[in-house]
Design a protein around this ligand. Structure first.
Ligand code: NDP
Length: 398
């Protein structure tokens, strides 16, 4: 009997819940909790009460509330699909109840737009001593991109030297400006200083100031901007042969123009301001007026292409490969009523959870995705809607 407790009922969680629900042999009982219980109830109604056994309201900023919920449900695994702010309270609750943990994004304090693994890696000894496991970043990027890197290192190279992770959304949702996952988290991420790893050091660039025009499989050439992304931090730690590691994401001119204006007038700030006698955070207000990412799914055309260029040495020769997935927004909508960004995150969360529950990936401690054998994860990607491809190519970055 395996029992999973999923926390969060947004775009990503709805995909994970639906995918888990189709696999009763791996997920016997699913329980769902979030801040707004009506969202859990709607999802439970869609999936069926036979699969989502019960729903609960929880404020996951409170470790005490999550602890009480875990004690009531007694799950084998907690899947955290709420926001990065809740990672630490949920990990604390897992420690208190000796329960395994999985998430898709690393911890970020609410009052500082800064994400890094140090806070969660600090739980390593306590998780080991408690005999429980935490799997960090089981989404697409981070997540699948870490697994692609491990797969390349295992099967294609003696040593890997250069890594470029590329994330292209070639889709069109018809809105003037919208983000594809939680707007607050997304805007905090992309307005940060760019950062990449080279020759043992982290180098910084002004936000979205370094551009390459890259040709994406089945999409075409798109302007791609260098950004810091959390998987770089763990991958360079676990693959010390890397001389350089970078992350690129595509943005259209209209998106960047909107962002520039919103930043210019202070709407992306996380510093509270006085508004009609109360304190509000401009970015939280902006989130409230932007489209809910889930609502973009209907009518969303085009597809994503996310992948990993790896250059390294095999039998004394330098070579480059590209491992990637294309994911169609409309195919995701037909399958689970979601757009491709929620889908490409929600499916790997289900796969990570399945591998933990069946003990294929299981050891006490706090781990990143590239620290496990990539093969079973890669097999499940092919089986559950995120087929991947490997091509030998010239590096587009030379
Ligand atoms: P949404 O905003 O759609 O959903 C977040 C959910 O978390 C909502 O149901 C929200 O509840 C709930 N929540 C927020 N705060 C709390 C709280 N204090 N207690 C309980 N529940 C809470 O976000 P997404 O589904 O788009 O993203 C989910 C996660 O996935 C994020 O952490 C995001 O960073 C990550 N992500 C990872 C990616 C990857 O590739 N690794 C890519 C995309 C996203 P309410 O309805 O009340 O607001």
């Amino acid at each position: 009997m395996s029992k999973v407790l999923i926390i969060g009922a947004g775009g990503v969680a709805s995909v994970t819940v639906k995918k888990c629900a189709r696999l009763p042999e791996l997920f016997d009982e699913i329980y769902l909790a979030s801040r707004t219980i009506s969202k859990c109830e709607a999802l439970q109604k869609e999936v069926g009460i036979d699969r989502v056994k019960a729903v609960f309201a929880v404020d996951a900023d409170s470790a005490a509330q999550v602890t009480a919920l875990i004690q009531k449900v007694q799950p084998d695994l907690v899947v955290n699909l709420a926001l990065p702010y809740q990672d630490l309270p949920i990990m604390d609750a897992c420690l208190a109840t000796k329960t395994d943990y999985l998430d898709t994004a690393n911890y970020e304090p609410k009052d500082v737009a800064k994400f890094e693994y140090s806070w969660q890696w600090a739980y390593q000894d306590r998780f080991k001593e408690a005999g429980i496991m935490a799997l960090l970043g089981s989404g697409f990027d981070p997540g699948v991109t870490n697994v692609y890197t491990a797969y390349a290192a295992k099967h294609y190279f003696d040593e890997i030297h250069y890594l470029d992770i590329v994330d292209c959304n070639g889709g069109d949702h018809g809105q003037a400006f919208a983000t594809n996952f939680n707007p607050e988290i997304n805007i905090r991420e992309i307005t940060q200083v760019g950062k990449y790893f080279e020759n043992g050091e982290w180098k910084e660039t002004p936000p979205l100031s370094v551009r390459e025009d890259l040709d994406y499989q089945n999409i075409g050439v798109r302007a791609s901007y260098l950004m810091f992304h959390e998987e770089l931090e763990s991958i360079v730690k676990h693959f010390p042969s890397l001389k350089r590691a970078r992350f690129w994401m595509t943005f259209g001119d209209a998106y960047l123009n909107h962002l520039k204006v919103l930043e210019g007038i202070g709407m992306t700030s996380i510093t509270p301001i006085d508004f009609q006698g109360q304190q509000i955070v401009p970015l939280e207000f902006l989130k409230a007026v932007l489209p809910n990412p889930g609502s973009l799914a209907q009518g969303y055309t085009g597809q994503t292409c996310i992948g990993t260029y790896v250059t390294g040495i095999k039998d004394g020769q330098e070579k480059t490969i590209f491992i990637y997935n294309n994911c169609s927004h409309s195919a995701c909508y037909e399958e689970v009523g979601a757009q491709a960004v929620s889908y490409t995150t929600g499916v790997p969360a289900m796969i990570g959870a399945a591998l933990m529950l069946n003990k294929t990936w299981h050891k006490p401690g706090v781990w990143n995705m590239e620290q496990f054998d990539p093969d079973p994860f890669m097999d499940m990607l092919n089986e559950h809607g995120l087929a991947w491809h490997v091509i030998k190519c010239e590096s587009p970055f030379k």
